[in-house]
Each structure stands twice: as structure tokens, then as C-alpha cells.
Write a new protein. Structure first.
Length: 544
């Protein structure tokens, strides 16, 4: 206790504290308190010391790099199941979510129209059979001598016309060829003369007439060449006409011969062509029989059965609804798999509105059947990440709907063509899930983290310490004295998510400087005392 404090205490204890003595004592107490504050750096705290240098050691370790994508859980097998032909549903024997076995009846169509088609096919077969029977049993000979004579005369006229045109075309082509040969000779002579005059004019002191001579020679060559070009063009034109006339002539001869053949068929229908007629009519009967078989099959396929054992994922229709038939609505498959692409996923490089999230495609079929015994994940990856993916890359997958579940997987395949999602180029990848969990459902959102690179037992440095200038990488190396800092060029290998492989420029045990953490700063203004931790520490009362 100070002297002023003991005096104040004694005065109070003795009851001698008067107004005249109280004022000096109070002033003394205030002076003592101010001295305390000044002594403890409250009003004028010392400047903050320099922040400690943050460093990290260069060590031997492992470097891993991974890429991530968000996709969709899809079944390993999915198929759109449709009726072969359009029709009206008479019964539906399953519901969405039902487990079905291969061959189980799923639905039936009203068979009225199919039965009518079968009846019509049977009527067609009966008609074709009756025509064949009439041919087999008939004995009338069709006389067509006049038609045959007219056809033969037309054939002779056509042949005479063809011969005339052929001869004219041959004469024209021969004349063209002869003229071309003559003009080619003139061109060769003109070229020879030009070469001769060029040689004569290439001496050190050529005759003054050389320019005129060479120009005349060149003009002669050009004229001869033009004549040759004209001859070749005329020859080509006449040869084309010859070919065209040959085709037209052959067509007229074919038509004339066909007329003769028809007339001959009419004349000798029963004696010459009867076997062929019988064969044709037998073919008509066979076709009618195929129509009956098709109608019978359509009637049978009005009952739709499961092509494999699985789960009914979607159902589009109820009794009384009309359904389409055929193979429409095929399932777009994921890369390297029979699993479906997620709904809306673009499979071509020009797709501009593809979506990567959503349930596996369940549209396009009257019934969509899926194998829920195993799942795969289909996810889009940015093009830079997709370029690093390869089949067999290990991966871990988490699910938004199942927070505590992480399953192992591996890359099955990567799409060869891109899909544009929100104006960004992506590539779909299929990941095989290596372990089955009963909580997984088709269409769940899946977050895939794929390991694309991994090296062990290498020199590593934390990514925080590296700066890049162009294609070069640098660190700030702390000297052995703990103070000196040197900018060091390093060579790197695998770049991981946290660490980078160092292939040159550093050694084990080196310490590199990390970026400094900046603490928040502030003052109360006016040079007054700083109370609280905003700018320079709290007020220190008592004790050292």
C-alpha cells in the first residue's frame, strides 16, 4: 500500500477527515491511479512487434490429385418396354415399384383390331390362292399376233434410228479427233519455234528484233493452244453426246423389245410364260401367308411381358388409354455401359440445353423396367477435369440424401463427345459403384471425387508456399539463420490438391515461407487509450 493510501486509510479510521484535508488526499489518489495507467502502457501502448514468420518444412510424402463432379445414381440396366403395335389398353397388371420376373405379363391390349387384321390377312390369302388355282386350271390361249407384229415393226424402226444416230456420232467424234491431232501438231511446231528463238535471243548481244520475234512466237503458241483447247472442248462435247445418244438409243431399243416381249407373252401366255405366271402367283400366295403370320404375331403380342427381371420404374397408361407401338423411346446409354444417361443429358457435342442432374431417363416407353440390384453413377465433368480421367481411376462417392454414406467406386468410361451444360462444355463419365447399399435409389444426387494422380515417397511442399510466374514456380526459402529469405526457382512434378511434388530446387528439411495472416487492425482515434482487442491489446490492470 502506498503512502497516500495509508494516509487516507488512517484519516478515515481516526475520524479526522475534514473537507480541507479531503481534497488534497483525493488529488493524491488520482495521481497514483494515473501513474498506474501510464506505467502499464494504457495510454501509450508499445508498437506491435513484427508478426512471426510462418514457415513449412519440405518433406518426403505423398501427393494426390482428384477431380470432382456431381451426377446421378442410375441402375446398371434399364429398358423401355413397348407394345409392338399401337392399340388400346384393356388391362395393366403391374404398378410402379413392383418387382417382376422375366416373362411375367405386364399389360394387355384390346385384341379387336388385331383380330380384324388377322381376318383380312386370311381373306387376302384366300384370294391369292384362288388366282393361282385359276391359272393352274385354265386352258385358254390369248391371241395377240397383230400386237406382236406392230411391236416387231417398232423395234425395227427403233434399230434403224439408233444405227443412224450412232454413225453420225462416230463421224463427228472422228472429225473432232482429226482436227485435234492437226492443231496439236501446230502447237508443237509453235512451241519448237519459240524455244529456238528464245535460244537465239539469249546470247549476250541478241538481235534487236528479238522482242518482236518472241512476241510473235508466243502469240502463235497461244493461238495454237487456243485451237487445241477448242478442239478438245468440241471433242468432249461430241463424245458426251455420243454417250448420251447411246443411252437414249438403248432405252428406245429396250422399250421396243419390251413391247415385243409383252406381245409375245400375250400370244404364248399359256404355252411359254405360264410357268413364270404360276411362280409369280405362288409368290403372291406366300406373301399373303406372311401377312397372316404377321397379323397372328401382332395378336399374340397384344400381351406385353417382361424381357428381364427387375423393377417397374415408370408406367404410362391405364385401361382405356391408347398407347403407341414400335421401338420409339430408346434409352440413351451412358458411356461404356447399358445404364441410362440422366434425364435431359445431351449425348451430342451440339447439345446446348443438357442437364446433368435429375433422375435417370424414364420416358419414352409404356413401361420402363430397371435392374435395381446394382447401380452406377453418371456425372458430367468439366473438360479440363475430364481430360485427366481414365478408366479404372478409383473414386469415392457421397450422397446428398444419405449424409453419412461414402462408397467406393471406379471410372468405367468417359464419353468421347461433349455435352454443353449451362453453356459450359462437359463430358459425361460412368462410375461403377463397388459396393451396394440398400438405401440407394435411382435418381439420387451423387458427388463423385475421382483420384486422377497419386505418387508416394517424393519430395513435397505445400501449395501455399508456391507462386507462379508464367510457366515458372517459385518459393521463398528461409535461410539457416532463420532470418534470411531467398526467392528460389523450383521444378515441380505432380500437382496435388494440398501438396506439390518437387523434382528440383529444394531438399528435405528446407523451410519455406508461407503467406502471412493479416490480423484485423483498428484504433479508437485521437491517440487515446485503446480498450479491447481491436487494435493493440486489452487494457492491462494490475500485475506484469
Amino acid at each position: 500500500m502506498s503512502v497516500a493510501q495509508r494516509a487516507f486509510s488512517n484519516e478515515l479510521g481516526s475520524g479526522l477527515l475534514t473537507r480541507e484535508r479531503l481534497v488534497p488526499l483525493a488529488l493524491a489518489v488520482v495521481a497514483v491511479f494515473l501513474a498506474f495507467l501510464i506505467g502499464h502502457d494504457v495510454f501509450f501502448p508499445p508498437a506491435p512487434s513484427a508478426a512471426a514468420v510462418r514457415t513449412a518444412a519440405v518433406t518426403m510424402g505423398s501427393v494426390t490429385a482428384a477431380v470432382s463432379g456431381t451426377g446421378t445414381v442410375v441402375p446398371v440396366q434399364q429398358q423401355n418396354v413397348n407394345f409392338a403395335e399401337a392399340g388400346t389398353l384393356s388391362e395393366v397388371d403391374v404398378k410402379v415399384g413392383d418387382q417382376v420376373t422375366q416373362g411375367q405379363v405386364l399389360a394387355r391390349l384390346d385384341t379387336t383390331t388385331f383380330q380384324q387384321a388377322l381376318d383380312q390377312a386370311n381373306n387376302g390369302l384366300a384370294s391369292a390362292q384362288a388366282t393361282l388355282d385359276s391359272t393352274l386350271n385354265g386352258n385358254a390361249l390369248v391371241q395377240a399376233q397383230h400386237s406382236l407384229a406392230a411391236a416387231q415393226q417398232s423395234l425395227a424402226d427403233a434399230q434403224a434410228s439408233v444405227d443412224l444416230v450412232t454413225q453420225q456420232d462416230a463421224n463427228a467424234v472422228a472429225a473432232d479427233q482429226s482436227q485435234l491431232t492437226t492443231d496439236q501438231g501446230k502447237l508443237a511446231s509453235a512451241n519448237a519455234q519459240l524455244q529456238t528463238d528464245q535460244a537465239a535471243c539469249s546470247v549476250p548481244s541478241p538481235p534487236a528484233s528479238c522482242p518482236t520475234t518472241l512476241k510473235n512466237d508466243q502469240d502463235a503458241v497461244n493461238a495454237a493452244q487456243a485451237a487445241v483447247n477448242t478442239d478438245q472442248s468440241r471433242l468432249t462435247t461430241d463424245q458426251n453426246k455420243q454417250a448420251s445418244d447411246r443411252i437414249a438409243s438403248q432405252r428406245s431399243l429396250d422399250q421396243a423389245n419390251q413391247s415385243v416381249t409383252s406381245a409375245q407373252d400375250q400370244l404364248n401366255n399359256q404355252t411359254v410364260t405360264r410357268p413364270n405366271t404360276i411362280i409369280q402367283q405362288q409368290s403372291a400366295v406366300a406373301n399373303a401367308q406372311l401377312a397372316v403370320q404377321t397379323a397372328q404375331r401382332n395378336l399374340s403380342e397384344a400381351m406385353l411381358t417382361a424381357p428381364f427381371s427387375g423393377t417397374v420404374l415408370s408406367l404410362s397408361g391405364q385401361p382405356g388409354d391408347s398407347v403407341t407401338g414400335g421401338g420409339g423411346g430408346a434409352t440413351a446409354q451412358s458411356p461404356g455401359s447399358t445404364a441410362p444417361l440422366p434425364s435431359g443429358a445431351g449425348a451430342t457435342s451440339n447439345s446446348s440445353a443438357a442437364t446433368g442432374a435429375g433422375a435417370a431417363s424414364a420416358g419414352g416407353g409404356f413401361i420402363v423396367l430397371g435392374n435395381m440390384t446394382a447401380f452406377q453413377v453418371v456425372a458430367p465433368f468439366a473438360e479440363a477435369d475430364a481430360a485427366r480421367l481414365a478408366p479404372g481411376n478409383p473414386a469415392t462417392i457421397t450422397f446428398d440424401a444419405i449424409p453419412n454414406l461414402t462408397v467406393q467406386a471406379h471410372v468405367l468410361a468417359v464419353a468421347a463427345s461433349s455435352s454443353v451444360i449451362s453453356n459450359v462444355t462437359n463430358y459425361y463419365a460412368t462410375l461403377a459403384v463397388d459396393q451396394l447399399d440398400t438405401r440407394l435409389r435411382s435418381g439420387m444426387t451423387a458427388n463423385a471425387n475421382v483420384l486422377v494422380q497419386s505418387v508416394a515417397g517424393v519430395l513435397t511442399v505445400t501449395n501455399q508456399a508456391i507462386t507462379h510466374v508464367g510457366s515458372n514456380s517459385f518459393v521463398t526459402l528461409l535461410g539457416k539463420d532463420g532470418k534470411t529469405e531467398t526467392r528460389q526457382l523450383i521444378q515441380t512434378g505432380v500437382v496435388g490438391d494440398t501438396f506439390t511434388e518437387v523434382t528440383g530446387g529444394l531438399n528435405v528439411g528446407d523451410r519455406v515461407v508461407l503467406p502471412q495472416l493479416r490480423a484485423p487492425t483498428g484504433t479508437t482515434g485521437g491517440g487515446g487509450a485503446r480498450f479491447g482487442g481491436g487494435g493493440g491489446g486489452a487494457v492491462r490492470l494490475g500485475g506484469g
